[in-house]
Design a protein around this ligand. Sequence first.
Ligand code: FAD
Length: 598
Amino acid sequence: MTIYRAPIQDTLFVLNDVLGFQRYSNLPGFSDATPDVLEAILAEGAKLAENVMHPLNRVGDMEGCVRHDDGSVTTPKGFKDAYDQYREGGWMGLAAPAEFGGQGLPYAVHTAVSEYMISANMALMMYPGLTQGAIAAIVTHGTDEQKATWLPRLIGGAWTGTMNLTEPHCGTDLGLLRTKAAPNGDGTYRISGQKIFISAGEHDMSDNIVHLVLARAEGAPEGVKGISLFIVPKFKLDASGNPGERNTLSCGSIEEKMGIHGNSTCVMNYDEAEGTLLGELNGGLKAMFTMMNEARLGVGLQGLSVSEIAYQNAVSYARDRLQGRSLSGAKAPDKKADPIIVHPDIRRSLMTMKAFNEAGRALALWTAIKSDVAHRSGDDKDRQAADDYTGLMTPVVKGVLTDKGFDHAVMAQQVFGGHGYIEEHGMSQFVRDARIAMIYEGANGIQALDLVGRKLAQNGGRAVQAFFKEVGEFCEENRADEKMAPFTKSLKKGLNDLQAATMWLVQNAMAKPDNAGAASTDYMHLFGLVALGYMWAQMAKSAQAKLADGANGGSPFYDTKLVTARFFMERVMPETATRLARISSGADTLMALPAEAF
Ligand SMILES: Cc1cc2nc3c(=O)[nH]c(=O)nc-3n(C[C@H](O)[C@H](O)[C@H](O)COP(=O)(O)OP(=O)(O)OC[C@H]3O[C@@H](n4cnc5c(N)ncnc54)[C@H](O)[C@@H]3O)c2cc1C
């Protein structure tokens, strides 16, 4: 049995002390999230995560989902009950618009609570997670009638949503998709085709499932310019808007997969199923990106969440497991051996995970606040700057947090030695579950290309220049502060490497696009290191301010922050130099060999 405790104090430190959450109280929803309310929400969310969702994590892994001959799917024992508690607690609508039954609280609060619940049970939280994407797409692109029809029950959690993009021959390259939409002449369409790998495609937890399906309308152009998004419900609605006649769609099978067994990954067959257009005809890509951006931040959070729970279990094991003696003399002389937490190499793993988790949490919450500003601010300039930031940081959050999430699940497993490899301790599940987050919602290689190929150059590089300026100014403003020197020096060095890499791309990628492709993954991680380093420098500054205020109260919380910040700067940040060296070596050796030489 694994353990899990929601890191509430850490979340509050980041939101209140580091990111100045209360500064945004002029934005809709923020004034409702007073410090007391915020703390109460986190505590309630933590209870649900720890007491209800976490005990089901292993059950979900062992039992998986079962498809019956009639195409129905049963989720693991306890999942429906837990989902009912999530729904009844109003968690689905926490940040959703109040006019459709949501609570209108900041997305940042939703993000903070979701981290806990995903740590506790990633597979279970995918059902509401996909629904959030569907809600976002309908809020942004739906007609008034579609919003009134679908949103209240999606936001209330009575119905869940899905994203149907992938087809057997069409994954990353959505221009290849073949699912067809034929107009019925009454505003509805007949959708036909097969989708694969559809998360939460069929299950027993909600009264209806609202599928958002990408399809090609009759006569539409080839490629991505000819795809549209459709709302295709499992049950068509009757005259009073309740689930009525069964639509002609079904789950053909569920995938046997490496992890997230508690989530049903379905092959979905659409056989002239009735649907309505969401957004503009042939504007499916735009509508889909609304879902995808939300979902990408959510998947980044999955990386962080699994890293956190894996870390907590590794710490607990390292404190108990007795093997060998400390290099600096016995630490538990009354026992036959010392706990393995005394060994520097075990410390290396634990500190690496800890330093990443705390900065990753800050980065996820900072990005969520920016997303709130982008959607809620009344000031055009603020909205634009926040939107620039969110666009730039989405591939970084998705790609870096999930790559590292998996690395850390493996690192935590390694702390258990052979006991991590057997199923009993639950570490294998973390490794298996974390792996998918690097693949779906655009594989991480595609995130890196999105960053390098699209986001850097957008609006003449406005977003990236603003980020460089902000981090540079932070270093400059704190240059004279001796206590900040260990943090700002290292951060400035990382920023210099990132700027040099960006300049190298400007000079070398236009004439030779393979240079951009060859640099992309290293560039994304270099970007992530600087973003995480910036979070640590700010956390160090806040911790120092708290200590100066005498806020420590005998607790080692803020001192621990400072040590962890130093660890990050000394042992993680130097990787920026390696990343820069790789980037500026160009594409030559990658591309030199003919395909048959491999
Ligand atoms: C468990 C699970 C759940 C999923 N849930 C959903 C869901 O709910 N809805 C949905 O629609 N889909 C879902 N997917 C599908 C998922 O999003 C795709 O698997 C993913 O987008 C990659 O597509 P693909 O598997 O066809 O790989 P491919 O597109 O064939 O890519 C293979 C590899 O090539 C790389 N690659 C491809 N093109 C390029 C390029 N131009 N440049 C550089 N590298 C490239 C990719 O990064 C990848 O590493 C799910 C998949 C799984 C396994």
